[in-house]
Design a protein around this ligand. Structure first.
Ligand code: PLP
Length: 402
């Protein structure tokens, strides 16, 4: 039996300890230059990110939310327009649509990947549809071929919410290089995090890149002449310098996350937690085990921003893990179509059953690159103990998967 240890959901201090000197030197250089907003440091960081994302243009902005907002602004989206997206995502995805006075139109997710189900998109397209906004949730790309086919055929731009998916690939193409815009976040808990807020928009379109650069500085071009109404979406040089340093380590960190995921798979299987359950009386267990592991789609590079499992008795499991000092989180407990602020859209509970089910059943486990063997073993051991305790004392467990 493993000795009890603490396992945080994410350990940014452990990561910082490995790059402290590089970061401090980069920060110092910016401070000495006193060029703190945009400028050469930002331009260099953008060039490196463009290369990494395999996209000709990368425009640094103030956050991932603003990356989404400015992309929709560049398309002139506003009142009367509709944007098709998923209700199972971070709030910003749909929040930016509503802030522009446009209407978020939701389509349910594929229960295997938690990404928007392309099969549901066509029926929601109207003459008012001005963008499709898929999210590459948890670090795995949405099924982009059918999405691009549907949108391209109608001249509708696709905006990729790649905030959780830097370096993720779909059939050899990088996240952010498929749609007209790719939106990234440098929020500290993302795979490539700054020491504060920051974001990026990638695009293959020269004119779109130019428009984004103008919009991020209040639409000013030339200086103090405004043909467009933009905003202050500028990227800080200190953040750019930190992101550029961390980018050098990103592939190694991603490899760490991927090997942690593979290790979890081995541990969950060895513990018998994924083996099919006997069918409880009157209810089919569907040949599923207690724990359903994330599905990796063939031909995709999953970068594991999150490692999300499904489990019965999710809330009790959460409490048990918390008691044992194991960090965990639910992304996301309330799908967007039933958020209070979106009451006016007229959706109701039951409209998107897969999103609602995912919101009830999923839990994210620690997957950060520095997670040790012992920590991973302890996480799986605790989950095993939780279910062992329940099966001894309680009713059938498979029920809540139905
Ligand atoms: C983090 C995130 C955002 C917003 O990014 P910020 O930098 O926090 O503004 C948008 N969409 C998704 C899916 C995210 O995970």
């Amino acid at each position: 039996m493993t000795q009890p240890i603490t396992v945080p959901l994410l350990d940014l201090k452990a990561q910082y300890a490995t790059i402290r000197d590089e970061i401090r030197a980069a920060v110092d250089a910016v401070l000495e230059s006193q060029q703190c907003i945009l400028g050469a440091t930002v331009a260099e960081c953008e060039a490196k990110l463009a290369e990494y994302c395999r996209c000709p243009h990368a425009v640094g902005v103030s956050s991932g939310s603003d990356a989404l907002l400015i992309s929709l602004m560049a398309e002139g989206i506003g009142p009367g327009d509709e944007v098709i997206t998923t209700p199972y995502t971070f709030f910003a995805t749909a929040g930016v649509v509503a802030r522009l006075g446009a209407k978020p139109v939701f389509v349910d997710i594929d229960p295997q990947t938690y990404n928007i189900d392309p099969a549901g998109i066509e029926a929601r397209i109207t003459p008012d549809t001005k963008a499709v906004l898929p999210v590459h949730l948890y670090g795995q790309c949405a099924d982009m071929d059918p999405i691009m086919a549907l949108a391209d055929g109608r001249g509708i731009p696709v905006v990729e919410d790649a905030a959780q998916a830097i370096g993720s690939e779909y059939k050899g193409r990088r996240a952010g290089s498929m749609g007209r815009y790719g939106c990234f976040s440098f929020f500290p808990s993302k795979n490539l995090g700054a020491a504060g807020d920051g974001g990026l928009v990638t695009t293959r379109d020269d004119a779109a890149a130019e428009k984004l650069r103008v919009l991020r500085a209040h639409g000013s071009k030339p200086k103090y002449y405004h043909a467009l109404i933009g905003g202050n979406f500028r990227f800080d040089a200190l953040q750019a310098a930190i992101v550029a340093v961390k980018l050098r380590h990103l592939d190694q960190w991603t490899a760490g996350r991927q090997s942690n995921a593979a290790r979890y798979r081995r541990l969950f299987e060895a513990a018998g937690l994924t083996a099919p359950l006997p069918s409880p009386a009157g209810r089919g267990a569907g040949g599923e085990g207690l724990v359903r592991l994330p599905v990796e789609v063939e031909g995709c590079r999953h970068i594991y921003n999150q490692f999300v499992i499904r489990a019965p008795r999710r809330d009790e499991l959460r409490a048990y893990l918390k008691e044992h000092k194991i960090g965990n989180e639910v992304y996301y407990p309330v799908p967007l179509h039933v958020q209070k602020c979106f009451d006016y859209l007229g959706y109701k509970e039951g409209d998107f059953p897969e999103s609602e089910k995912a919101a009830r059943e999923t839990i994210a486990l620690p997957i950060y690159p520095e997670l040790s063997d012992r920590q991973a073993e302890w996480v799986v051991e605790c989950i095993g103990r939780f279910f062992e305790r329940l099966t001894k004392t309680d009713q059938p467990l498979a029920a809540s998967h139905d």
